[in-house]
Write a protein that binds this ligand. Structure first.
Ligand code: DQA
Length: 146
């Protein structure tokens, strides 16, 4: 499978940003672990702090044979109708992931504009949320009507 792991704003700082909430593992280490674990899959990675760049990358993914996206939109989760519209225009499944359990945090994080247009949501498992997102995508692509 060809999977895009997509990260939004401030997630380039993983490992040093609020480690009590987001953990100590860097995204580079997380990706290396995932690529070892899913050696037969192609895991592409893109991160941007800019909303429009995330939209451009998602639109491009729709045209390059990507089977699905594991997407942590960071704070744009709670604000972005543009990302909502973008995801609903895609044919491939998108799994929304978060490192932290957004429902145990401030109320402004409880609302996601992306959940209604994603296949499912995984949150609260630190960097393991990305692995769980990949597992969910593999299941979804293997049995699309389940
Ligand atoms: C986050 C949760 C968001 O509320 C926050 O703005 C982030 C990270 C997470 O992975 O837990 O940047 O998406």
């Amino acid at each position: 499978m060809k999977i895009l792991i997509l990260n939004g704003p401030n997630l380039n700082l993983l490992g040093s940003r609020e480690p009590g909430i987001y953990g100590a593992e860097t995204m580079e280490d997380c990706l290396a672990r995932l690529r070892r674990l899913y050696a037969t899959d192609e895991l592409l990675y893109y991160q941007s702090n800019v909303e429009g760049c995330l939209i451009d990358r998602l639109q491009q993914a729709g045209q390059e044979g990507i089977d699905g996206v594991v997407f942590n939109a960071g704070a744009y989760t709670h604000t972005s109708i543009a990302l909502h519209d973008c995801i609903r225009s895609l044919r491939m499944p998108v799994i929304e992931v978060h490192l932290s359990n957004i429902h145990r945090r401030e109320e402004f994080r409880h609302r996601s504009f992306l959940s209604p247009v994603c296949l499912g949501v995984i949150c609260g498992f630190g960097t393991d949320s990305y692995r769980l997102g990949i597992e969910a995508l593999r299941q979804a692509v293997a049995a699309p009507d389940r």
